[in-house]
Design a protein around this ligand. Structure first.
Ligand code: FAD
Length: 454
């Protein structure tokens, strides 16, 4: 009876035949096993399969099904990895605007830039829906010859002494797979790497928790809100399937599409019960200057996911005997760039193993080519150049709230017309700004910021 029950649940969760080619029972030894069919893992699998390596790609769900993050893809770096990106990827919209809002409770200073040049091929940023994009990318790996094991959650890495020699897929599959090398591209919460003792445990101050809500806006409201001609709203679907992107902390500062908070701050406040991540989205949606944008919208998706923010100094060792680590699992996120860094690291891991296969040398010395290639790439050069940013912000918890308050106060006061001479008004504004944050402190922060942000 029990056996029957187990078999029944296995059949239920077993991936459809179309996601596994050929049946896993017949092939358990591969050249390379890749864990995670996100941008890093699928790019690695695609790169190696195209070169003729025997590659298995493991994903705990269907590709894209577990993904929360990432909407903007940067076309120039991505096309170097995937030259057919613009022709074949499921892209949504060309992004031509940058808009930053520094918000206080009742006002906002907005900086915006829009260029028609961004609308010309090969563009700069395009938005994607990750569920569709990840599926497309994994499909490219499969088309190139990789074997995709969807709905295969990897539970552990297999070791022979110190060397990683394979992996174990958990219930209901319960199988072991072996290869010369395993690439770990399991995302930010790299539990497999941690359990195998390859990376230290995640430190809360090195990750941020982002909360994202995707809202749809009917065409006629788009026209009304963005001053478009009748019919244009439906055609453009400007917010129809996109996200209103914000980033915030305990006070609010805005970025693009998500609200984020350092996990250390979150934990501290959660323990005292003062707020949870969802409160940040509510706060944004109820802001008097933003609320009108959200009226009439319908929530399509809601999610929360961590993102590495520790920078260069938090990057763990990436090359181990029989194992390479790529993408978010390797901490390779730089400001707003994560997807292209994940894909490039996946490609470089793949190239490393192609070279290793040609030489039939999978020693750690040979695998360290991966680190060399990363070091030479813009990924690590930029992260290294910005390596002090994390410490800069950690040492100045008042940033950016104090600066935002000062900027808004100055903007407000400049707009006010007082019955006083201009000289007296300038002194008044200076006093007002200085009462929020001493001017020497603002100047010192500004100069330090110039030094650390390269
Ligand atoms: C809210 C948010 C917004 C973002 N916006 C942007 C943006 O606009 N532009 C940008 O460039 N970057 C953005 N990022 C960052 C970007 O999403 C990540 O850098 C990128 O997804 C990293 O890719 P990855 O392949 O390393 O990891 P992931 O995309 O996390 O993929 C890891 C995969 O591994 C699978 N997996 C995990 N564990 C196992 C296991 N044990 N067995 C099998 N499979 C497993 C997961 O299901 C997943 O599919 C954003 C991130 C967040 C959180």
């Amino acid at each position: 009876m029990l056996l029957k029950k187990v078999l029944k649940s296995a059949a239920k969760i077993k991936p459809s035949v179309s996601t596994i080619t050929p049946e896993p029972d017949r092939r358990r030894q591969f050249d390379v096993l890749v864990v995670g069919a996100g941008p890093a893992g699928s790019t690695a699998a695609y790169t190696m399969a195209k070169a003729g390596l025997d590659v298995a790609l493991f994903e705990r769900a269907a590709p894209g099904e577990k993904t929360a993050g990432g909407t903007a893809i940067y076309t120039l770096p991505t096309r170097e990895i995937l030259p057919d990106l613009l022709e074949t990827a499921p892209l949504e919209r060309i992004l031509t605007d940058y808009r930053y809002m520094a918000l206080t409770a009742d006002s906002a200073v907005t900086a915006a830039f829009k260029s028609a040049r961004y609308a010309q091929s090969p563009f700069n940023r395009v938005s994607v829906h990750r569920a569709k994009f990840d599926k497309w990318l994994a499909g490219k790996a499969v088309d190139a010859g990789a074997v995709l094991f969807a709905n295969h959650k990897v539970d552990a890495l297999l070791k022979d002494h110190d060397k990683i020699i394979g992996l174990e897929v958990g219930p209901p599959v319960n199988k072991q797979f072996f290869a010369d090398v395993v690439i770990l591209a399991e995302g930010v919460n790299a539990l497999l790497a941690e359990r195998a003792g390859l990376v230290p445990g995640i430190k809360t101050e090195n990750v941020a928790l982002y909360v994202k809500e995707t809202m749809a806006l009917p065409g006629h409201l788009i026209e009304e809100r963005f001053n478009l001609q009748p019919g244009q709203g439906a055609a453009i679907g400007i917010l129809g399937e996109s996200t209103a992107n914000f980033m915030g902390s305990a006070a609010l500062y805005t970025n693009k599409d998500t609200i984020g908070l350092n996990v250390g701050t979150y934990v501290a406040n959660f323990v005292t019960g003062s707020f949870n991540p969802h409160d940040l989205i509510v706060k944004i949606k109820q802001h008097p200057l933003l609320a009108p944008l959200f009226t009439g919208t319908e929530t399509l998706e809601y999610c929360a996911q961590m993102i590495p923010e520790g920078g260069y100094e938090a990057i763990p060792p990436l090359v181990h005997p029989g194992c390479l680590i790529a993408g978010d699992a390797a901490g390779l996120v730089n400001g707003v760039q994560g997807l292209n860094l994940a894909m490039l690291s996946g490609q470089l891991a793949g190239k490393t193993l192609i070279a290793a296969k040609h030489k039939n040398d999978f020693s750690q010395r040979q695998l360290s080519l991966y680190k060399k290639l990363l070091d030479e790439s813009y990924v690590l050069q930029n992260l290294r150049a910005n390596r002090h940013i994390h410490r800069f912000f950690a040492a100045r918890p008042w940033i950016p709230e104090a600066e935002i308050a000062v900027i808004n106060e100055i903007a407000y006061q400049v707009g006010m017309i007082y019955p006083m001479p201009n000289g007296a008004k300038r002194r008044y504004i200076w006093q007002k700004a200085a009462s929020i944050q001493p001017v020497w402190k603002l100047a010192a922060d500004f100069l330090q910021a110039l030094w650390v942000m390269k």
